[in-house]
Design a protein around this ligand. Structure first.
Ligand code: UT7
Length: 339
């Protein structure tokens, strides 16, 4: 039986211009550059300015990904938009239809995915499954976040970690089995019993915006860092190993490990657990921080831009986030220029 393959054919990214250094955060929070760099590896992050929403970043990254794929933003460019985000423009409706409309893509299917930091891998899985099922030929998959809008300004732990940004890829139906860029394996998982480890307590149906008004702090993003740390290492290592086993890849056959840029110590531990040398783990969190659903496409754009990712390279993506959710995806790198 003939089965449709799915190939990555374009990659784009966008960071809002305002860069926030560790030193800038030290001016208003009880923290130090030494603590932030030694505990997380982060030195800078970008935050969107007032009035800039997630959809604005997503449109920029979407434009660039289409350009990288050799497509004009306009009707017929793609027939599906999937947007992963924790910070949609509004609680209702989803942000993806507006992004599709602003890119002039026509009346195509467009929806959001809420899987926090694993969102981009969930979005890749959903879009590639729709292509494989013949429901779409080409999809724009975006991870975009403005965490600066949900951080509690008094919470030093989350403020130093999270950044804003957007990254996007174009996926396309492909017939060949051996062309570069093919998605080769997808593995996803979740454990809702850990829902309180990463959460915005208010604003949903459990703690409504109506009376009694929720505690102001409950409207902000919260994370129990220590518990999350251990889970992140274990889940990303396990799901990556599952994908490697499924493909019959040994650790030394992985050219690049592109993990969710949560924390340098987490990424090093995952690489160690998989017996992949740390030099083959892509790391750009020093410049962008943890950008949640945008993290993996931003890391890919960085590694493609500096020439690390070369056509045919074997790439293993892995992420972990609120939900709890996690996943891993394997692909071969395509012959593209990131925009
Ligand atoms: O993206 C989704 C997944 N997210 C993650 O994977 C994040 C996982 N967690 C982490 O990356 C780490 O747990 C953190 C970076 C959040 C925290 O690092 P840690 O080494 O686990 O620190 P900790 O929470 O155990 O805190 C150690 C100390 C505490 O003080 P005491 O109790 O030892 O006196 C904290 O209050 O560091 C303190 N602390 C800070 N100190 C200076 C916490 N945040 C800061 C800060 N500056 N920004």
């Amino acid at each position: 039986m003939h089965t449709t393959s799915v190939a990555l054919v374009g990659l784009g990214s966008y960071l809002p211009p305002q860069r926030i250094s560790n030193e800038a955060l030290c001016e208003r929070l009880d923290t130090t550059d030494e603590w932030i760099t030694s505990r997380t590896g982060i030195r800078n992050r970008h935050w969107a300015g007032p009035g800039v929403a997630t959809g604005d970043l997503a449109v920029e990254a979407g434009h660039r990904a289409l350009k990288s794929a050799g497509l004009e933003a306009g009707p017929g460019a793609v027939d599906l938009v999937v947007l992963a985000t924790t910070t949609p423009d509004n609680p209702c409706p989803a942000t993806a239809p507006d992004v599709a409309s602003r890119l002039g893509l026509g009346p195509i299917a467009a929806y959001d995915i809420a899987a926090v930091c694993s969102g981009f891998l969930y979005a890749l899985a959903a879009a590639s499954a729709q292509i494989t099922a013949g429901q779409a030929q080409r999809a724009l998959v975006i991870g975009a976040e403005t965490y600066s809008t949900i951080l509690n300004p008094t919470d030093r732990t989350t403020n130093v970690i999270f950044g804003d940004g957007a990254g996007a890829v174009v996926l396309s139906a492909a017939s060949g089995q051996d062309e570069a860029g093919l998605l080769l394996a997808v593995e996803l998982g979740s454990d809702g019993s850990g829902r309180d480890l990463i959460t915005i307590p208010a604003g949903g149906s459990r703690q409504r915006a109506t009376t009694p008004a929720p505690d102001a702090d409950d409207r902000y993003f919260t994370m129990r860092g220590k518990q999350v740390f251990t889970q992140a290492v274990n889940r990303m290592t396990e799901s990556s190993q599952t994908v490697l086993d499924r493909l019959g890849w040994a650790a030394d056959q992985v050219d690049w490990l592109v993990g969710h840029q949560a924390n340098a110590r987490i990424l090093n531990a995952v690489a160690r657990g998989l017996s992949i040398p740390a030099e083959r783990a892509v790391m750009n969190l020093d410049r962008v921080g943890n950008t949640s659903a945008a993290s993996i496409p931003l890391a890919l754009a960085d590694a493609a831009g500096d020439g690390s990712l070369t056509p045919g390279a074997r790439v293993l993506l892995t992420a972990f986030g609120g939900g709890l959710t996690w996943g891993a995806v394997a692909l071969t790198w395509p012959d593209i220029v990131a925009a």
